[in-house]
Design a protein around this ligand. Sequence first.
Ligand code: OGA
Ligand code: MN
Length: 215
Amino acid sequence: MNSINLIESDKINLLIDGLTEKGWATVDDFLPLEIANSLRKELNDEFEKGEFDKAGIGRRGVDWQLRPEIRSDYVKWLQPNQLTEFQQLYWTQIDNFKQAINQELYLSLNNFESHFAIYPPKSFYKKHLDHHQTAQRRFISCILYFNQDWKKEDGGELRIYAQDDNEDNKNKAQTDILPIFNRFVCMRSELIWHEVLPSEKRNRMSITGWLRREI
Ligand code: OGA
Ligand code: MN
Protein backbone atom coordinates (compact mmCIF):
# COMPACT_ATOMS: atom_id res chain seq x y z
CA MET A 1 0.00 0.00 0.00
CA ASN A 2 1.22 3.46 -0.84
CA SER A 3 1.92 5.07 2.50
CA ILE A 4 2.88 8.49 1.22
CA ASN A 5 -0.35 10.06 -0.02
CA LEU A 6 -3.10 8.31 1.84
CA ILE A 7 -5.56 11.18 1.94
CA GLU A 8 -6.59 13.13 -1.08
CA SER A 9 -5.44 16.71 -1.17
CA ASP A 10 -9.02 17.98 -1.48
CA LYS A 11 -9.75 16.57 1.97
CA ILE A 12 -6.69 18.28 3.39
CA ASN A 13 -7.77 21.51 1.71
CA LEU A 14 -11.24 21.29 3.26
CA LEU A 15 -9.67 20.84 6.68
CA ILE A 16 -7.31 23.76 6.21
CA ASP A 17 -10.17 26.00 5.03
CA GLY A 18 -12.22 25.12 8.09
CA LEU A 19 -9.30 25.75 10.44
CA THR A 20 -8.69 29.12 8.83
CA GLU A 21 -12.31 30.25 8.69
CA LYS A 22 -13.78 28.98 11.93
CA GLY A 23 -11.02 27.24 13.88
CA TRP A 24 -12.24 23.70 13.32
CA ALA A 25 -13.13 21.30 10.52
CA THR A 26 -14.34 17.77 9.86
CA VAL A 27 -14.15 15.27 6.99
CA ASP A 28 -15.56 11.79 6.58
CA ASP A 29 -13.80 8.68 5.21
CA PHE A 30 -10.49 10.01 6.44
CA LEU A 31 -8.39 6.84 6.23
CA PRO A 32 -8.45 4.03 3.69
CA LEU A 33 -10.93 1.49 5.09
CA GLU A 34 -8.37 -1.21 5.73
CA ILE A 35 -6.32 1.09 7.94
CA ALA A 36 -9.33 2.44 9.84
CA ASN A 37 -10.65 -1.08 10.47
CA SER A 38 -7.28 -2.32 11.64
CA LEU A 39 -6.79 0.59 14.04
CA ARG A 40 -10.25 0.03 15.42
CA LYS A 41 -9.40 -3.62 16.06
CA GLU A 42 -6.09 -2.74 17.71
CA LEU A 43 -7.86 -0.27 19.97
CA ASN A 44 -10.52 -2.81 20.92
CA ASP A 45 -7.97 -5.56 21.58
CA GLU A 46 -5.85 -3.30 23.79
CA PHE A 47 -8.91 -2.26 25.78
CA GLU A 48 -9.96 -5.86 26.28
CA LYS A 49 -6.45 -6.71 27.46
CA GLY A 50 -6.83 -4.02 30.14
CA GLU A 51 -4.17 -1.77 28.62
CA PHE A 52 -6.09 1.49 29.09
CA ASP A 53 -5.85 3.86 32.06
CA LYS A 54 -8.33 6.33 33.47
CA ALA A 55 -7.75 9.68 31.78
CA GLY A 56 -6.80 12.75 33.78
CA ILE A 57 -6.30 16.43 33.12
CA GLY A 58 -3.13 18.54 33.03
CA ARG A 59 0.33 17.66 31.83
CA ARG A 60 1.72 14.20 32.15
CA GLY A 61 4.38 14.14 34.86
CA VAL A 62 3.83 17.82 35.74
CA ASP A 63 0.39 18.72 37.07
CA TRP A 64 -1.63 15.68 36.01
CA GLN A 65 -4.75 14.96 38.07
CA LEU A 66 -7.52 12.39 38.01
CA ARG A 67 -10.76 14.44 37.92
CA PRO A 68 -13.68 12.11 37.23
CA GLU A 69 -16.17 14.99 37.55
CA ILE A 70 -14.46 16.62 34.52
CA ARG A 71 -13.68 13.60 32.36
CA SER A 72 -14.41 9.90 32.74
CA ASP A 73 -12.86 8.28 29.67
CA TYR A 74 -9.99 5.79 29.41
CA VAL A 75 -6.87 6.24 27.31
CA LYS A 76 -3.82 4.42 26.05
CA TRP A 77 -0.95 6.59 24.82
CA LEU A 78 0.73 5.49 21.60
CA GLN A 79 4.49 5.15 21.84
CA PRO A 80 6.11 6.94 18.87
CA ASN A 81 9.03 4.49 18.83
CA GLN A 82 6.82 1.40 19.06
CA LEU A 83 4.06 2.09 16.58
CA THR A 84 2.34 -0.81 14.88
CA GLU A 85 2.18 -0.84 11.10
CA PHE A 86 -1.26 0.75 11.08
CA GLN A 87 -0.46 3.31 13.75
CA GLN A 88 2.54 4.28 11.63
CA LEU A 89 0.27 4.76 8.63
CA TYR A 90 -1.95 7.04 10.67
CA TRP A 91 1.08 9.08 11.76
CA THR A 92 2.15 9.36 8.13
CA GLN A 93 -1.30 10.64 7.29
CA ILE A 94 -1.12 13.20 10.07
CA ASP A 95 2.34 14.13 8.92
CA ASN A 96 1.00 15.06 5.47
CA PHE A 97 -1.68 17.12 7.17
CA LYS A 98 0.94 18.79 9.38
CA GLN A 99 3.01 19.81 6.36
CA ALA A 100 -0.03 21.36 4.69
CA ILE A 101 -0.90 23.25 7.89
CA ASN A 102 2.63 24.57 8.22
CA GLN A 103 2.53 25.83 4.66
CA GLU A 104 -0.94 27.28 4.63
CA LEU A 105 -1.21 28.63 8.18
CA TYR A 106 2.43 29.64 8.56
CA LEU A 107 2.98 27.49 11.62
CA SER A 108 6.03 25.42 12.43
CA LEU A 109 4.52 22.33 13.95
CA ASN A 110 7.10 19.63 14.45
CA ASN A 111 5.63 17.05 16.76
CA PHE A 112 2.61 14.81 17.32
CA GLU A 113 1.36 12.97 20.40
CA SER A 114 -1.62 10.69 20.39
CA HIS A 115 -3.70 8.27 22.43
CA PHE A 116 -6.50 5.79 21.91
CA ALA A 117 -9.60 6.76 23.88
CA ILE A 118 -12.68 4.88 25.04
CA TYR A 119 -15.72 6.48 26.62
CA PRO A 120 -17.76 3.72 28.25
CA PRO A 121 -21.53 4.32 28.57
CA LYS A 122 -22.32 7.49 30.58
CA SER A 123 -18.82 8.87 30.39
CA PHE A 124 -18.06 12.39 29.19
CA TYR A 125 -15.51 15.19 29.05
CA LYS A 126 -16.82 18.57 30.24
CA LYS A 127 -16.28 21.80 28.31
CA HIS A 128 -12.56 22.58 27.96
CA LEU A 129 -9.68 23.83 25.82
CA ASP A 130 -6.89 21.38 24.90
CA HIS A 131 -4.06 23.81 25.33
CA HIS A 132 -1.53 23.50 28.15
CA GLN A 133 0.96 26.19 29.05
CA THR A 134 4.12 24.28 28.24
CA ALA A 135 7.18 24.27 26.05
CA GLN A 136 5.41 21.67 23.90
CA ARG A 137 2.45 23.73 22.86
CA ARG A 138 -0.57 22.00 21.45
CA PHE A 139 -1.78 23.84 18.36
CA ILE A 140 -4.11 21.52 16.51
CA SER A 141 -6.24 18.79 18.09
CA CYS A 142 -6.95 15.82 15.82
CA ILE A 143 -9.62 13.21 16.51
CA LEU A 144 -10.57 10.17 14.45
CA TYR A 145 -13.62 8.10 15.41
CA PHE A 146 -14.18 4.36 15.15
CA ASN A 147 -17.88 3.86 15.91
CA GLN A 148 -19.80 1.94 13.29
CA ASP A 149 -23.53 2.71 12.96
CA TRP A 150 -23.38 5.34 15.67
CA LYS A 151 -26.74 7.10 15.94
CA LYS A 152 -27.96 10.30 17.55
CA GLU A 153 -29.54 8.27 20.35
CA ASP A 154 -26.13 6.79 21.19
CA GLY A 155 -25.12 10.25 22.50
CA GLY A 156 -21.41 10.99 22.84
CA GLU A 157 -21.42 13.91 20.43
CA LEU A 158 -18.49 16.25 20.28
CA ARG A 159 -19.95 19.68 21.02
CA ILE A 160 -17.91 22.48 19.50
CA TYR A 161 -18.47 26.08 20.57
CA ALA A 162 -18.03 28.94 18.16
CA GLN A 163 -14.80 30.82 18.19
CA ASP A 164 -16.10 34.31 18.78
CA ASP A 165 -14.75 37.46 20.35
CA ASN A 166 -18.22 38.41 21.46
CA GLU A 167 -18.65 37.03 24.97
CA ASP A 168 -22.45 36.68 24.48
CA ASN A 169 -22.09 34.39 21.51
CA LYS A 170 -19.44 32.22 23.06
CA ASN A 171 -21.82 29.85 24.79
CA LYS A 172 -24.58 29.93 22.21
CA ALA A 173 -23.27 29.02 18.79
CA GLN A 174 -22.37 25.39 18.81
CA THR A 175 -22.22 22.36 16.57
CA ASP A 176 -22.66 18.76 17.67
CA ILE A 177 -20.67 16.17 15.76
CA LEU A 178 -21.55 12.48 15.84
CA PRO A 179 -18.44 10.33 16.41
CA ILE A 180 -19.02 8.07 13.43
CA PHE A 181 -16.56 5.60 11.98
CA ASN A 182 -13.66 7.14 10.02
CA ARG A 183 -14.81 10.71 10.64
CA PHE A 184 -11.95 13.10 11.39
CA VAL A 185 -12.21 16.35 13.33
CA CYS A 186 -9.51 18.92 13.90
CA MET A 187 -9.55 22.20 15.82
CA ARG A 188 -7.32 24.93 17.13
CA SER A 189 -6.30 23.65 20.55
CA GLU A 190 -5.97 27.10 22.12
CA LEU A 191 -9.11 28.66 20.72
CA ILE A 192 -11.93 26.18 20.42
CA TRP A 193 -13.95 25.29 23.50
CA HIS A 194 -15.47 21.83 23.22
CA GLU A 195 -16.91 18.96 25.21
CA VAL A 196 -17.82 15.31 24.84
CA LEU A 197 -21.47 14.70 25.70
CA PRO A 198 -22.26 11.54 27.68
CA SER A 199 -22.49 8.43 25.59
CA GLU A 200 -25.49 6.21 26.16
CA LYS A 201 -25.20 2.43 25.81
CA ARG A 202 -22.09 1.86 23.73
CA ASN A 203 -18.37 2.34 24.10
CA ARG A 204 -17.29 5.41 22.16
CA MET A 205 -13.91 4.81 20.52
CA SER A 206 -11.43 7.25 19.01
CA ILE A 207 -7.83 8.15 18.51
CA THR A 208 -7.03 11.64 19.74
CA GLY A 209 -3.84 13.55 19.17
CA TRP A 210 -2.24 16.95 19.10
CA LEU A 211 0.08 18.59 16.64
CA ARG A 212 2.58 20.55 18.67
CA ARG A 213 5.51 22.81 18.41
CA GLU A 214 8.37 21.64 20.50
CA ILE A 215 10.89 24.37 21.25
C1 OGA B 1 -10.03 15.39 24.21
C2 OGA B 1 -11.31 15.64 23.52
C3 OGA B 1 -12.97 14.97 21.91
C4 OGA B 1 -13.63 13.75 21.34
O1 OGA B 1 -9.63 14.21 24.34
O2 OGA B 1 -9.39 16.38 24.66
O3 OGA B 1 -11.82 16.72 23.63
O4 OGA B 1 -14.56 13.93 20.54
N1 OGA B 1 -11.87 14.67 22.75
O5 OGA B 1 -13.26 12.64 21.71
MN1 MN C 1 -10.34 18.18 24.13
